[in-house]
Design a protein around this ligand. Sequence first.
Ligand code: HEC
Length: 109
Amino acid sequence: MSLRAAALLACALSCAAGCAAEEPAIAQGRELFVHGVAPLPACALCHTLKDAGASGQIGPNLDDLRPDAGRVAQVIRSGMGPMPAFTALTDEQVTTLARYVSTVTQAKP
Ligand code: HEC
């Protein structure tokens, strides 16, 4: 499945209501969060994030942590404790993920 098709599918599954109005970058961020970029494990495996339908228990619950985009980008690049550094992600993917996580957690307290 192409990234775009997967993003559309993830979008259709998780936001049947207001998806058309959603920023494409948010759908891309959700797709990266849920499915990751092979061979790295997906964020969703380890983290809970309601918007992504993720309930991982290994890392902190991101709905509670509500990290800003800079903090997310930093930990994706450098890793932290048991969390690996996601060095295979492009800068654009890191930015997309960081914006996604910070946006969906700040917008829904
Ligand atoms: C293998 C499990 C695992 C995966 C996969 C993983 N994380 Fe983590 N993550 C953790 C753990 C564990 C911590 C807490 C580390 C600590 O507190 O020492 C953490 C911490 C974080 C933090 C908090 C950083 C801070 O400043 O406190 C954020 C944000 C985060 N992860 C986002 C992500 C994102 C986005 C992805 C996907 C690119 C991801 N994680 C993938 C396990 C994981």
